[in-house]
Design a protein around this ligand. Structure first.
Ligand code: UD1
Ligand code: MG
Length: 462
């Protein structure tokens, strides 16, 4: 039994027009499933008692939703029938219940709040959220009396020529008195063009018995955009992305080219950070202040400190501390932790490794499963050989070590503090503190060799 208000989210439809193997409401939109946007809006309006009507791929939908009650509609008999499935939970509740759709993700929490408070202030049986649109095709039309009162909703397929000209549409979101809703749902039938139980047929029945119906017209009709096919999906995505970018710009983030900047929900960006074109900031990413991110950067679930520069790079499940410089063409893989003031340069891949403060990996290196201390310099072309075909092993490089170019560090191995590894070495044994390790063939110069080759005497040393 709900305390103050409840919500029913309809999501039993398959979304045939998406032409997808995955049910429509689980398609990811700005980092989270389509239906999660609806849930968040409803919750942000302080409605916590939520029922989701599921049908197609219901196990998948149920698995991906938390803190809601899923109710199954096995046969898709219409929106009225879908709501009917929640009867046992809500029919005795004498308070407001929101009904909305799982595929209409732009509805704002304020809208839900407003229709609930309207309901609580006045004695209203149903408040319908409506919108004025230029192209009402496909939507139910709001038929009003000459005095402007809502009289009924006519579906596209049932509408007369005159009714089709109406620009005010039913968005599919309502606030009902739950008790009245379930009382009147019993009375609707499916004698209409689609042979479905229309939820909207409750409205004229309530009116006939003298109850009040309100229309709540949206200021921004885009809030009512629903997703039926992938074209509409892209439209909705544009609106959401635009809202997210504007939010960050209004919070002190510069976005040089909003059109080519993609920011998911659940990200944070600090003040005076500049985002250059072609940047993807994906779910779970946190960026500090005064950073320069981009061009062409993809950050997935990455934590970035203040004053960090990243260009032409990809990072996933990684962390970068203040003042570090990453890129161009760097790849930070899961578990990469980059210390303060580090420099990770071109064609460097770092995986499951800690790089201590002020260390440098400037070019062409693979550092995997390593613990690198502070102030370490890793020369161009260094590789940690972390995998022997069976197991992964760690490489430890202590503070102030210097790894010469083109070295192979065969793990498990430890390079002691302040030691040097000569360029071109293949290190297979630990290197003690303050030492120089050379692990390569000595060079031999065969003087006069060219001339001797001409006479066929290339074997002799002298
Ligand atoms: C409905 C409204 C229409 C409104 C439009 C807004 C009715 C009769 N019509 O029409 O006035 O303009 O939404 O988008 O309500 N669903 C179920 N089970 C069902 C049928 C539908 O769960 O048996 C769910 C769908 O998954 C969807 C929502 O209800 O999320 C709306 O259903 P849909 O078939 O899209 O209704 P419309 O015909 O668009
Ligand atoms: Mg629809």
């Amino acid at each position: 039994m709900p305390s103050e208000s409840a919500a029913i989210i309809l999501a039993a439809g398959s979304g045939t027009r998406m032409k997808s193997k995955l049910i429509k409401v689980l398609h990811p939109l700005a980092g989270i499933p389509l239906i999660e946007h609806v849930l968040r809006s409803v919750r942000n309006a302080n409605v916590d008692d939520i029922y989701v009507v599921v049908g197609h791929q219901r196990e998948l939908v149920e698995e991906s939703l938390e803190g809601v009650t899923c109710v199954t509609q096995y046969e898709r008999l219409g929106t009225g029938d879908a709501v009917e499935k929640c009867r046992s939970f809500l029919e005795d509740f004498d308070g407001p219940v929101i009904v909305t759709c799982g595929d209409v993700p732009l509805m704002r929490p304020e809208t839900f709040q407003n229709i609930i408070s309207l309901h609580n202030k006045k004695d209203i049986a149903c408040t319908m959220v409506t919108a004025m649109v230029e192209q009402p095709h496909g939507y139910g039309r709001i038929v009003r009396s000459p005095e402007g009162r809502v009289e009924k909703i006519v579906e596209q397929k049932d509408a007369s020529e005159d009714e089709l000209k109406i620009n005010e549409i039913n968005t599919g979101t309502y606030c009902f008195n739950a008790k009245l809703l379930f009382k009147y749902l019993k009375l609707i039938d499916c004698n209409n063009a689609q042979g479905e139980y229309y939820l909207t047929d409750v409205v004229p029945l309530l009116l006939k018995d003298g109850y009040t119906i309100e229309g709540y017209c949206l200021e921004d009709p885009r809030d009512a955009l629903g997703v039926n096919d992938r074209i509409q999906f892209a439209e909705v995505e544009n609106v959401i992305r635009d809202r997210i970018r504007k939010f960050w710009m209004l919070n002190g983030v510069s976005i040089l080219d909003p059109g080519s900047t993609y920011i998911d929900v659940d990200c944070t960006i600090g003040q005076d950070t500049i985002i250059f074109p072609g940047t993807f900031i994906e779910r779970g990413t946190q960026i500090g202040e005064d950073c320069r991110i981009g061009p062409n950067v993809r950050l997935q679930n990455t934590k970035i400190g203040n004053s960090v520069t990243i260009e032409f790079a990809k990072s996933i499940d990684a962390a970068v501390s203040d003042e570090a410089q990453i890129g161009p063409f760097a790849y930070l893989r899961p578990g990469a932790t980059i210390g303060k003031g580090c420099r990770i340069g071109d064609f460097v891949e770092i995986k499951n490794s800690n790089i201590g403060d002020y260390s440098k990996v400037p070019h062409l290196s693979y550092i995997g499963d390593a613990d690198v201390g502070e102030n370490v310099n890793i020369g161009c072309g260094t590789i940690t050989c972390n995998y022997d075909g069976k197991t992964k092993s760690r490489t430890v490089i202590e503070n102030n070590a210097f790894i010469g170019s083109n070295s192979n560090l065969v793990a498990p191995v430890r390079i002691g503090e302040s030691s040097y590894v000569a360029a071109g070495s293949t290190i297979t044994e630990d290197v003690p503190k303050d030492s120089l390790a050379i692990a390569r063939e000595r060079q031999v110069n065969k003087e006069g060799w060219k001339k001797r080759r001409a006479t066929g005497d290339t074997e002799s040393q002298q």
